[in-house]
Ligand binder design. Structure first.
Ligand code: HSE
Length: 388
C-alpha cells in the first residue's frame, strides 16, 4: 500500500520507522516544511504542497501527524474528499472535529482511524470499541498523559524538580510542542472527550468538561500526600449516571498500594468498567515516538487488510455531560484560611504559613471554579480529589 505522511515530527517519524519494519507499506510522500536530521535519504519525497498528496492517485492512505487544529483539519478533509483513508494520532483534531470527520469519511467511502489519539502505544480505543460490540460501558477513567505521569512519578520517587522533569519529558519526545497542554490538563481533556464519546456514543465537547491540571503542584504537595500514604496522578474521569455522563479531568490522590499509584515513568493506565465484563485495565507507554508510531501503523495495516472497526458516527445517544451531582472530598493546599475556605474544610494543618486541608464533600464544579479563580489571580493553590 502506498501512503503519505503529513507532519514528520516525533510520531510521524515513529510511524515511518515502524512502517519500514512492518513491510508492505511504502511511504511515497512526506509533507513537511523541511527534512529531518538523520532522514536525508527522504529529501526526494518531501513536499510542502498538499496537492502532491491529494492529487496522486497512487496514494491510498494518509497519516496526519501535523498536530493541532489548523491546517490539520483542512488537510484531512482534503484527503478524505480525494478518496484517501486517513489515520491520525492527533487528539486535538479528533476531539474537536470527530463528527465532521467521520461523516466526511463515510460520504467518501473511506476510513478514518485514530487509535493512537488516546493511550499512545496502548490499543485502548481499539479494545474499548471491541468491548462495546457485546457490552455496555459504564465508566472509562485513567492516567492518559505520559508527560504528567513522568513528572509526578519522578517528583514522588526522587524528589525531582517539576521544571527539570518537564524539560526531560520534552527531550524524550513525550511532551506536546507546547507542553502547557500537558501540564494544564488539556491533552488529558482531549483524550477524555474522545474516549467518552466512543464509550457512550455521545457528542461531548471540550468546553463541557471541567479540567484542572498539575501546573500548580509543588514539592510540598507531593511530600504531604506521601506522608499520608498517597500518590498524586492526573486523571481522566467519565462515568455514565442514568441519562447523563459525569466527565471531568483533575488530579487525584491514590493509596500507595493501588494500581494507579504504581504507574511509573511515561506509562498510562486506562480502565473501563462494563456491565457484564466488569473492570479491565490497559497499561503501557502512552507517549513517545515508537509506541505511538506503532499504534498508527496498526491502524494502517487494519485498513489495508480490510479489517472493519465499528466506530460510532458520533452523538447517536442522547447522553449529555452533567457534573451537577459529582461530589467528593479534596486535598487542598492553600496559602491562607480565609472566610471562603473555612466552611469548605473538614480538617487542616498549618505548616510555615501553608494550609494543608481535607475538604468536606465538595462539588467537582465548585472545586474547579475555585481552583481556576485562584490561578487567574496568581494565588497559590493546588487540589487533588481523594479517592475513597
Ligand atoms: N504529550 C502526550 C503525553 C503525548 O505526554 O501523553 C501522547 O499523546
Amino acid at each position: 500500500m502506498k501512503i503519505a505522511i503529513m507532519g514528520f515530527g516525533t510520531v510521524g517519524s515513529g510511524a515511518y520507522e515502524t512502517a519500514l519494519n512492518a513491510g508492505g507499506i511504502e511511504v511515497v510522500r512526506i509533507l513537511a516544511r523541511h527534512g529531518r536530521e538523520g532522514y536525508e535519504n527522504l529529501n526526494g519525497i518531501i513536499t510542502s504542497n498538499i496537492d502532491d498528496i491529494t492529487g496522486d492517485p497512487e496514494i491510498e492512505l494518509v497519516v496526519e501527524s501535523i498536530g493541532g487544529l489548523h491546517p490539520a483539519r483542512e488537510y484531512v478533509l482534503a484527503c478524505l474528499r480525494a478518496g484517501k483513508h486517513v489515520v491520525t494520532p492527533n487528539k486535538n483534531l479528533v476531539s474537536a472535529c470527530y463528527g465532521e470527520l467521520m461523516s466526511e469519511a463515510a460520504a467518501n467511502g473511506v476510513k478514518l482511524r485514530f487509535t493512537s489519539s488516546a493511550g499512545g502505544g496502548i490499543p485502548w480505543l481499539f479494545n474499548l470499541l471491541r468491548t462495546k460490540r457485546c457490552d455496555e460501558i459504564e465508566e472509562v477513567r485513567g492516567i492518559v498523559n505520559g508527560t504528567c505521569n513522568y513528572i509526578l512519578d519522578a517528583m514522588h520517587d526522587k524528589g525531582a524538580d517539576f521544571g527539570e522533569m518537564l524539560g526531560i519529558a520534552q527531550e524524550l519526545g513525550y511532551a506536546e510542542a507546547d507542553p502547557s497542554s500537558d501540564i494544564e490538563g488539556t491533552d488529558t481533556l482531549r483524550k477524555t472527550v474522545i474516549s467518552a464519546n466512543l464509550a457512550f456514543d455521545a457528542a461531548i465537547s471540550e468546553e463541557e468538561v471541567p479540567c484542572y491540571g498539575i501546573d500548580t503542584i509543588k514539592a510540598c504537595d507531593i511530600a504531604y500526600l506521601k506522608e499520608k500514604g498517597l500518590v498524586c496522578k492526573l486523571m481522566m474521569n467519565a462515568k455514565r449516571k442514568g441519562d447523563s455522563i459525569e466527565v471531568y479531568v483533575e488530579p487525584a490522590a491514590f493509596p500507595a498500594g493501588s494500581l494507579e499509584a504504581n504507574v511509573k515513568a511515561n506509562n498510562n493506565l486506562i480502565t473501563l468498567t462494563a456491565r457484564d465484563l466488569g473492570t479491565q485495565s490497559f497499561y503501557g507507554q502512552g507517549a513517545g515516538m515508537m509506541p505511538t508510531g506503532q499504534s498508527v501503523v496498526q491502524d494502517i495495516l487494519d485498513i489495508r487488510d480490510g479489517k472493519e472497526q465499528d466506530i460510532p458516527a458520533g452523538g447517536a445517544s442522547a447522553l449529555k455531560a452533567d457534573n451537577s451531582k459529582a461530589v467528593h472530598r479534596y486535598y487542598i493546599r492553600h496559602d491562607r484560611m480565609c472566610e471562603h475556605m473555612e466552611p469548605l474544610v473538614d480538617t487542616y494543618e498549618e505548616r510555615d504559613g501553608i494550609y494543608f486541608c481535607i475538604s468536606k464533600p465538595l462539588a467537582v464544579e465548585e472545586m474547579h471554579r475555585m481552583g481556576h479563580h485562584r490561578k487567574e489571580k496568581g494565588k497559590d493553590m493546588f487540589f487533588a480529589a481523594l479517592t475513597e
